[in-house]
Ligand binder design. Sequence first.
Ligand SMILES: [Ca+2]
Ligand SMILES: [Ca+2]
Length: 381
Amino acid sequence: MHSIRKSLLSVILALLTFMAALTGISTTSPSVRAEEDYHLWSQMDPRWGNVPIGGSTIAKSGCLVTSIAILAVHSGEKDPETFNPGTFANSMSALGGFTSGGAIASWATITQVLPDVRVVDYTQFKSSDQAGKAAEIKARMDAGYYVIVNVNWHWVFVEGVVGNDVYMIDPAKDDVLLFDAYDNSGILEYEVFTGKNPPPAFTAPGSAEETTTTVTEVTTTTTAPVTTEPVTTTTTVTAAPDDTYELGEYCYTGFEPLSIYVSDSEDAELMAELRSGNIVSVLQVSDGRGLVKINGAPVWIDITKLTYTGAEPVLTAGDINGDGSIDCYDLALLNEYFKSLTYLPYGVSVLRSCEISAADINGDGAVNTADVMSYLQLICK
Ligand SMILES: [Ca+2]
Ligand SMILES: [Ca+2]
């Protein structure tokens, strides 16, 4: 089963890599910086470009390492005079933090090196257009988090959002506007991090010369209150009747993982952890708790922490995100679904059941390699 999933992932990876080549992720020439300004940090910088990460180097595979190093300085945890992508990579390597391919082996290792930096979410964009994606990033940053965006497997640090413009620090390019430098079709995923301090006020470069509208938007950005995680269903419902809650699919939207234990006893075994965006199916409700089945075993969880997904939309075959077209966004969701099968227990999913049904693009009742091939034929024609 795993080998099937692996081969599926390989096919999707190959396609997306091909698309990345089309959209032109390029590298810039190495350059020595006169002053230590982390805004200019490049993964190709000769001071650390050859520093090994697993079997690779920062220059070859260190875009995420460089982006996280930028985050550590930008958020006030580290001083750029004594810390940079090279020192960060060496600290990670000392803890076995990289795979042989140069990927970060475990998010926890990042936090061992940078105690204030923690991965709290890794997710697909829900929106398919620039405005929607910019709004998603801004919402996370207004909530006090940092965002690093994945563009066709290349990672860039987001410094701020003004209107629909997403300003980035790109380890491989000098460009600052995300959607000018990269095609929207490749901007599909992002990772959310904590930092020592919330994102500092951001002013778009040259904004003094911009229009009044833009300046107003900057003001909105800089004065937005920093809030804690937006758990939307934390109200006490002990006294609420059970018919308050519908039976059906619920989504967990909190940033912190929600632990599910086998029972209420203090030494109960951890059964699963729900992450933001995970879907569970509630079969029964009692005393503010919902009965779900995880790996076939019934367990009660706090339904007040979950959000009812509502009635199922009617989705046409192939259109997983229901935006009316069948494209790489749907294929990316299918990719995410296949990946999730390797780490989520049965009963927890990244997709709603209606979305899984829509992923069965050839309508044979199963979601598998044949559907991936159908997507590839449709998208590549
Ligand atoms: Ca779609
Ligand atoms: Ca199928």
